[in-house]
Design a protein around this ligand. Sequence first.
Ligand code: MAN
Length: 374
Amino acid sequence: MISPHDVKPSNENFEVIGTFNPGVIRSGNMTYLLVRVAEMPKEKRQGQIALPRAENGKLIVDRQKKDAYRVLDKRAVISKSSSFLRLTNISHLRLAKSRDGINIDSIDKNPTIFPEEPYEEFGIEDARITAIGDEFYITYVAVSSNGIVTALISTKDFIHFERHGILFTTENKDVVIFPEKIANDYVALHRPLSATPFGPPEIWMAYSPDLIHWGNHHCVIKANSFSRPAEIKDEKPSTSLSIRKRITNSNYMKIGAGMPPIKTNAGWLEIYHSSSKANDADSVGVYCMMAALFELNNPKKLIGVSKKPILVPETDYETLKKGSIYEHEGFLPNIVFSTGIVAEGNELLIYSGAADTYTAVTKLSLQDVLKAVE
Ligand code: MAN
């Protein structure tokens, strides 16, 4: 649907390297996509590294000695002296509109939502949109030297936006809000990450009277329980395996909610991501999508999850297949990261980031997805 060359950079000294992970909502006869636009400083200088940040709504580039940093992956570097991370790129949100939900009719020429607050210094990322009443609520990731948090913005018209501050403090990502109150409370899924890893990152649920104050936390989807078939537990996964094999052979490293749950007769349907690494050299790993169902009236009760992924990276724009036009343009291979959904009858349109580079859409049948959940 959208590639980096479809979008103008916010500043002439930067280039757009990614247009991905869109928050999506269908309202009236229009599909609104708030796309994450990742930008990188254009000018490269010998022996230096260019690290972007935003201050008072303006982009600034910190040029540092290259050998003072170690590369974590394409997205981030680590300072050798402080051990703290910096991102190699900075993101903002850009509005795209589509009447049929598949073809883009327009994309804002300038940033729609740009980092302004100190807690957004290293960028704003990965919007998820929920409509409640006549208001659209946008949860998004804000990154700064204070860490990774999730904040809230609301709008009625995608022209005027109101910031409501931070909902979940560091580190918390993948926050999605249910589209209605359940037993008098708003409900959200969130994904805290513990600095002291007693277990893998998992999906939690929280409740709120006002969308701002969240409590009554429960861990609702465990990462380990459904991941690795016991019989291959001791096999050493290798990067030479096909993606499908890697997905079934390796531990799921991280899971997190994809998009706001949708109401079905069988329960609340949530499509969430899980990532797996073949080995330690495999820096980012493979991201695919799973499905889960929660009870309608008591959503902290998990009905089931899909045993296998319902969406894996397999198109050329997701795998960045060698020889394809995506090979050199794409940022990171083997990522499908779905962040939006539009349901109409049995048809689901799933909106995803592909390879941390593109915005893509996939049509799935609701029945097939429900069947996959055990
Ligand atoms: C991870 C990835 C990046 C993102 C940072 C900060 O490294 O998800 O895409 O920019 O976290 O959120």
